[in-house]
Ligand binder design. Structure first.
Ligand SMILES: Cc1ncc(COP(=O)(O)O)c(C=O)c1O
Length: 410
């Protein structure tokens, strides 16, 4: 198979599978509670992995919370913030949080967000009668700065509680320059959330550099196993935020007349976690850390340019996001994924014919229905690249594309 769907889930290296197996073979028992060696060993690795992840994303003054995935990280933040009834404003400038959510409060996201970074906020919108504003996206996938300036004036007298944006779009591959939105969040005393699901796999991101209050990602897009993800959050917020789920492991004291919780991060990890997943994540982080970053970026950049350049010579292709020249001339920074449509052919037919040629691409709305509407397409085809792809894969991509064209007489 020619695998061009790493933006959905990357392939899993053998050493990651072995790390998962190692947990089951050497221990396989529960963490934290056991006083015996097999439990202590697993607990040590589970806890040590927090530090590895923290170093990997250059996090400072943060806690690393294990989640199932990026989606759960965002749900955790939304659910926990929805319970805030006391003041958070004593924490360095979160002036929008003088109270919990009030009717008319604003959440600012963009039109290019994944549903994971829309729906949890929509649920809060329904519950508290909030307003969601969307930073518009230009045809090339870049966030529309001029419209943002206009939005800023519209929101001048409103309480903006949350600014939550993806670092890299899973449809266009565009790296969003988040610094201006981070600055805006600070100006409004809002909480700044970064969805790093599509960036953490491609480059060494820095929580400190982004100054994200919360940052989420999933292991399965960065060589790790499925079912395990990360929420990195600033300690100052996590210390005061109420728990997300409740039950075992997250409590300190439970009595008939008393209930107290653990401190973060345990407070946010109710029940038995995905221990094997953490073992796999630890190995994935080690691989990415040992991989020469510049080699990885160079390979992806060269293949992305090759893919875009060859697509630009194909009749009937429309690219959603930056085109070849934008990327070649470094006008727009883009990760190794390309969305396109082929005139007159539904993306699902394209995907099915690609599959008949053993080329795996993703077709559909990519959990970005709002962006599909902006681009005025029902769906797109998406080819996404990772460190293990090479020119041969691009060659197979075009063989499959030519097969589609020949089937449809184009
Ligand atoms: C930008 C972005 N955010 C969030 C997600 C959700 O990731 P998960 O399904 O692992 O929770 C994805 C998944 O494709 C994504 O691309």
């Amino acid at each position: 198979m020619t695998y061009l769907d790493s933006a959905a889930s990357s392939l899993v290296p053998r050493s990651v599978i072995e790390a998962v197996n190692e947990y089951y073979e050497k221990s396989g028992v529960n963490i934290h509670r056991g006083v015996y060696k097999a439990s202590a060993w697993a607990t040590d690795i589970y806890e040590a992995t927090r530090k590895e992840v923290s170093d990997f994303i250059d996090a400072k003054n943060c806690d690393i919370i294990y989640t199932r995935n990026a989606t759960e990280g965002l749900n955790l933040v939304a659910a926990s913030l929805s319970q805030v009834d006391k003041e958070l404003s004593d924490f360095n400038g979160y002036s929008a949080w003088k109270t919990g959510f009030q009717s008319g409060d604003v959440i600012l996201i963009s039109e290019s967000e994944h549903h994971a970074n829309i729906v949890p906020w929509m649920m809060l919108q329904r519950k508290f009668n909030l307003e969601i504003f969307y930073i518009p996206v230009l045809d090339n996938g870049v966030l529309d700065f001029q419209s943002f300036l206009h939005l800023k004036s519209v929101l001048r007298n409103k309480t903006v509680k949350i600014v939550s944006l993806a670092h890299v779009s899973n449809v266009t591959g565009v790296y969003h320059d988040l610094s201006v939105y981070e600055a805006y969040a600070r100006e409004k005393g809002a909480i700044f959330v970064v969805d790093a699901a599509q960036s953490v796999c491609h480059e060494r991101i820095s929580q400190t550099g982004l100054n994200a209050d919360f940052l989420v990602f999933s292991a399965h897009k960065m060589l790790g196993p499925s079912g395990i993800g990360i929420l990195c959050g600033k300690k100052e917020l996590l210390t005061v935020l109420p728990p997300y789920q409740t039950g075992g492991d997250m409590i300190e004291v439970v009595a008939k007349d008393r209930l107290t919780f653990q401190t973060s991060p345990q407070r946010f990890e109710a029940g038995t976690p995905h221990i094997a997943g953490v073992f796999g994540l630890s190995e994935a982080v080690k691989i990415l850390q040992n991989f020469e970053q510049s080699d990885m970026e160079k390979n992806e950049e060269e293949l992305t340019l090759l893919l875009l350049e060859r697509l630009s010579r194909e009749k009937g292709i429309k690219i959603q996001g930056p085109v070849y020249e934008d990327v070649r001339d470094k006008k727009i920074k883009k990760a190794g994924l390309v969305s396109f449509t082929l005139n007159g052919v539904h993306p699902h037919d394209v995907g099915t014919i690609f599959d008949s040629k053993d080329v795996a691409i993703r077709v559909g709305h990519h959990c970005c229905q709002i962006l599909m509407k902006v681009f005025q397409v029902p769906a797109t085809c998406r080819a996404s690249l990772y460190m293990y792809n090479d020119e041969n894969d691009i060659e197979n991509f075009f063989k499959a594309l030519h097969e589609v064209k020949s089937v449809f007489g184009l």
